[in-house]
Unconditional design. Structure first.
Length: 149
């Protein structure tokens, strides 16, 4: 199995919405989120109002045991017009979209190629070499351009 990949390409058109924002459940960076109760972030569903993409911003120097934000942990959501790179793990059915596809919110924070809530567009498909056993294997990724305002 290839490595799960999420790379947030914050290029100046995204802003971080995270002051006093806390995970209400375990949330993996890269998933779509909604805000509940003023300061709580939860995984979005296919009919949710998408507030942003779970990003990072662990402020203290500590060694978390997972990449995911735990319930109650402070976190940051990306909003605005920005790009991120994803592996198939972040899409409904573990299937990557094609360049030009409209991207919609799916269930449990993942994205889908059909739905009712539009979150962005697949700009391009690309591949990277994952270093495995000193040789490397090719892994497909997609660039998703978000417009979350």
């Amino acid at each position: 199995m290839a490595t799960e990949v999420f790379i947030g390409d914050v290029d100046g058109h995204a802003y971080r919405d995270g002051k006093e924002l806390y995970a209400t459940e375990e949330i993996k960076p890269g998933l779509l989120c909604t805000v509940t109760g003023g300061s709580g972030a939860a995984l979005a569903d296919n009919d949710s109002t998408i507030w942003g993409v779970a990003y990072g911003a662990r402020h203290q120097v500590y060694r978390p045991t997972s990449r995911s934000f735990d319930s109650g942990e402070e976190m940051v959501l990306l909003k605005g017009n920005f790009s991120c790179y994803y592996s198939e793990d972040y899409f409904d059915g573990d299937t990557l979209p094609s360049a030009g596809d409209t991207i919609y919110a799916g269930d449990s924070g993942v994205m889908a190629t059909s739905g009712t809530v539009t979150v962005g567009r697949c700009e391009r498909e690309l591949s990277r070499v994952e270093e495995v056993g000193g040789v490397g294997t090719s892994q497909s990724l997609v660039e998703i351009r978000f417009n979350l305002t």
